[in-house]
Write a protein that binds this ligand. Structure first.
Ligand code: ADP
Ligand code: MG
Length: 346
């Protein structure tokens, strides 16, 4: 299948607000998605992810602000003319139609001729690895296969933008990873602008060019996965993109004093004073000397081990380390820190 829009479509949200009776689901969302870019909207349940997606699709009317496709305001463009391909968490295939008929459906609605319809549907199924299953019905497919069909059905009309709302949430872990990687492969192959909604940080970091972390109807931070992980702008983002330890300390001259250990700051411009250092579990080590701590629990996680310890003042920390070390619960250990932490006010 060839890409319909080889250059992709630009999507812009400008100060978009969506007010439901008694609840503001979107509260001034600004988002600029480059042609062919894959952006993940990441955030807890209820933060407005689905509302943002549905507003772009034209399924919700926004209260304020504007949404542009390639620079044109879409306010007056109805759902069926916005050219969006959508995949939802529920597989939502028509049960009385075969796989091929499901995929052809959008083309039938667009009055594409039978022969062309068939060819394009077969190509789309081929692309998602289901070329041989065209004659089956939805109930004869696994969940992962049904989502592949849903993906083929969304792409067969050659939409301007692909919208995915938690498409992997109902699948088991292994299938989830396979399909996620495949969505990314297909997206890159087609060069299609994609907005992917998820509450799973690993999923977002793994597939997206940029991740927008949402909180209460706003985008709290947007950036490349590495940026978000290494330079979260708030404790909320840090929590959301991975486990972080919070260590109270004092900033002075671009360093932070944490329990008597001086750590250089990732952003040394921070003003002096009390702060919280975010230290990732992989940046804490057991050492011969350093901050004393008591082992609370330790868990074997296959490739690594995670151990929780408590400092003298009660602060708890997670330490991620190799499986060759298995600290005894109750043992006194010493901790050293590697890497430069992010310091936050809260
Ligand atoms: P998410 O997809 O991030 O879980 P949603 O966009 O579905 O969040 O919802 C955002 C907020 O808007 C939620 O608090 C939800 O209860 C509220 N909401 C969604 N749809 C409606 C509606 N039709 N009427 C009133 N409130 C709604
Ligand atoms: Mg949702």
């Amino acid at each position: 299948m060839t890409a319909s829009t080889p250059t992709g479509t630009r999507v812009q949200f400008r100060a978009v607000t969506k007010q439901y009776p008694g609840h503001r689901a979107l509260d001034g969302v600004d988002l600029d998605i480059a042609p062919g870019e894959f952006v993940a909207l990441l955030g807890p349940s209820g933060c407005g992810k689905t509302t943002a997606l549905r507003s772009l699709a034209g399924l919700e009317q926004i209260t304020d602000g504007e949404i542009l496709l390639d620079g044109s305001d879409v306010a007056a463009t109805p759902v069926n003319r916005r050219d969006m391909g959508m995949v939802f968490q529920s597989y939502s295939l028509f049960p009385h139609m075969t796989v091929l008929e499901n995929v052809e459906f959008g083309l039938r609605m667009r009055k594409v001729g039978a022969a062309s319809r068939r060819t394009r549907a077969e190509e789309a199924l081929e692309m998602v690895g289901l070329g041989v299953h065209g004659k089956r019905f939805a109930h004869q497919l696994s969940g992962g296969q049904q989502q592949r069909v849903a993906l083929a059905r969304a792409l067969v009309t050659r939409p301007k933008v692909l919208l995915l709302d938690e498409p992997l949430s109902a699948l088991d872990a292994k299938v989830r990873v396979q399909l996620r990687d495949e969505i990314r492969r297909i997206q890159l192959e087609l060069g299609i602008t994609t907005l992917f909604v998820t509450h799973d940080q690993e999923e977002a970091l793994a597939v997206a060019d940029r991740v927008a972390v949402m909180k209460a109807g706003r985008i709290e931070q947007i950036g490349a996965p590495e940026d978000l992980y290494q330079r979260p702008s708030s404790a909320f983002v840090a929590d959301f993109v991975g486990v972080s330890n919070r260590l109270p300390g004092t900033v002075s001259g671009g360093e932070i004093d944490v329990h008597g250990v001086l750590l250089p700051l990732l952003a040394p411009a921070r003003p002096d004073g009390a702060a919280v250092a975010l230290v990732r579990p992989e940046d804490v080590r057991f050492a011969a000397a350093g901050v004393a701590a008591t082992v609370l629990t330790t868990s074997f996680l296959g490739a690594l081990r995670r151990t929780r310890v408590a400092l003298a003042d009660g602060t708890e920390l997670a330490v991620q380390h190799g499986t060759e070390v298995a600290p005894a619960e109750g043992a006194v250990v010493h901790l050293a820190f590697t890497g430069a932490p992010v310091a936050l006010a809260d």
